[in-house]
Write a protein that binds this ligand. Structure first.
Ligand code: GDP
Ligand code: ZN
Length: 460
């Protein structure tokens, strides 16, 4: 537990119906007591927990009314941070919210660092690290599916699975160590077989999680996409047609200045990240102007390439060049302006080139767009079958930890199979266990914790 009390504005800054100042720590009740007067005159401090009280905030220095508010009172330990928490629900707009925060600070609170409330929830053991990370994913989710994955992680689905695996691992470690203490005769053949079997199962389980992780990551982070093609093939028209119905909700990420504003398309739950339209337009046109080198560079930055060809113009040498440049990138070739005819011929020519999957669309008439969304979905998830609700891993940090875990498990299997001294296997199994612990935060450095929470917004 901490001996200081933190405070922050927990709602977005700007005009709104209410704004909330959240205070957490041992002094939370005392601070509220100094600033708040209940409307009924009753002593709210005697009236239990998880209740709302109507009243006013008054500046103790001069007795002036600051705002009419609702005070939320939540006593430890059943709170977000497991500490005493009060929330001032202000009604007077941004000035009042700021004033209430100032008063809370002068009454003894300290301004909370980004993510500090959630960090306390983690350090006080209410949630583990994977759950804390889910809080921010939940806030930043750009599609329903992304939200579903984050919400699952917040309820602790991933954490439970990780702990299960850790338990199984500990069982193996115990058996390996038993065979160190009672080597050869006592342990016997059967137990060695057993051990290998258990290890193989674990390796499968971890490998399965890693395979799913890619899908989870795509739902969480989205996929960077470039729409490429010669000038006037209809790239902007296509983008606009798609954005019309499928624009994803994008929240600003505080503390990061992004050099490009992204458009984000919601494609079957996958956030497809496209650089802003103006930039895209420029980008696309530059492909031809600036030549092959530049085009290669632009295409390489993207994870997914949508290459647009003009049905009316037929397949040109420049188109062929772009197709070659897109090379082995994940992507689709879109024959746009299919309303002008000519798509069938181009499709045939493309088949001879053995290029990417081809689709005919018309940005102007909106034809083929649904098929396009399906095709992108299938391509990006490469037919991955796991429904979003079953995905456990979506975060690169977790993915890394799992990969390290897997490597240690494999090393342990090798040394057991090669009849190396069992201590070696035991060491690898322990390290595999620790790698898993990094996910839930039982074995993680202060640096990593700092980095995770510095990504949060203030007030969360
Ligand atoms: P960009 O330079 O590749 O971004 O191309 P634009 O989106 O600016 O479109 C170039 C021209 O093609 C514009 O006049 C569009 O109206 C026209 N265009 C775009 N899509 C279609 C389509 O599906 N059919 C037809 N007939 N014209 C289209
Ligand atoms: Zn354009």
């Amino acid at each position: 537990m901490w001996d200081d009390t933190i405070a922050a504005i927990a709602t977005p800054l700007g005009e709104g119906g209410i704004g909330i100042v959240r205070v957490s720590g041992p002094e939370a009740m005392g601070i509220a007591g100094r600033l708040f007067q209940s409307a009924s005159g009753a002593n709210w401090r005697m009236k239990g927990s998880h209740r709302l009280f109507r009243g006013r905030v008054v500046d103790p220095a001069n007795g002036r009314l600051v705002d009419e508010i609702l005070l939320g009172v939540m006593r430890a330990p059943h709170t977000y941070t497991r500490e005493d928490v009060v929330e001032f629900n202000c009604h007077g707009g941004i000035v009042a919210v700021r004033r209430v925060l100032e008063l809370a600070l002068s009454a003894g609170a300290r301004l909370a660092a980004p993510g500090e409330f959630t960090r306390r929830a983690f350090l006080n053991g209410r949630i583990d690290l994977a759950q804390a990370e889910a809080v921010i994913d939940l806030i930043r989710a750009r599609t329903d599916t992304g939200l579903e994955v984050a919400a699952g992680q917040l309820t602790g689905r991933l954490s439970r699975r990780v702990r299960q695996l850790q338990d199984e691992l500990l069982g193996l470690v115990a058996r390996v160590e038993a065979s160190i203490d009672f080597p050869e005769e006592d342990a016997g053949f059967n137990s060695a077989d057993d051990l290998e079997c258990g290890l193989a199962d674990l390796i499968d389980a971890v490998a399965r999680l890693i395979r799913q992780a890619e899908t989870g990551r795509v739902y969480r982070e989205g996929i960077s996409t470039v729409i490429a093609g010669r000038p006037n093939v209809g790239k902007s028209s296509l983008l606009n047609a798609l954005l019309d119905e499928n624009r994803a909700i994008v929240t600003d990420i505080p503390g990061t200045t992004r050099d490009v504003i992204e458009e984000v398309l919601n494609v079957r739950g996958i956030p497809l990240r496209l650089a802003d339209t103006a930039g895209l337009r420029e980008t696309a046109d530059k492909v031809e102007k600036a030549g092959v080198e530049r085009a290669r560079e632009l295409l390489q930055q993207a994870e997914l390439v949508l290459l647009v060809i003009d049905a009316g113009a037929g397949l040109t040498d420049a188109d062929r060049e772009l197709i070659k440049l897109a090379g082995h990138k994940k992507g689709l070739i879109l024959i746009n302006k299919s309303d002008l005819g000519g798509a069938a011929v181009i499709t045939e020519q493309l088949r001879e080139m053995d290029s990417k999957p081809v689709l005919s669309v018309s940005a102007r008439f909106g034809t083929g767009l649904e098929q396009l969304l399906d095709a992108i979905g299938n391509l990006v998830l490469s037919g991955a079958v796991a429904p979003a609700g079953d995905l456990l891993v979506s975060n690169v940090r977790h993915q890394d930890a799992l990969k390290r875990c897997l490597n240690h498990l494999k090393a342990a299997r090798l040394s057991l199979a090669g009849h190396m001294p069992v201590d070696l296997a035991a060491i690898d199994l322990r390290e595999a266990w620790e790698a898993l612990g990094e996910i839930t935060g039982t074995a993680v450095s202060e640096d990593i914790i700092d980095r995770i929470f510095s990504d949060f917004c203030i007030g969360k």
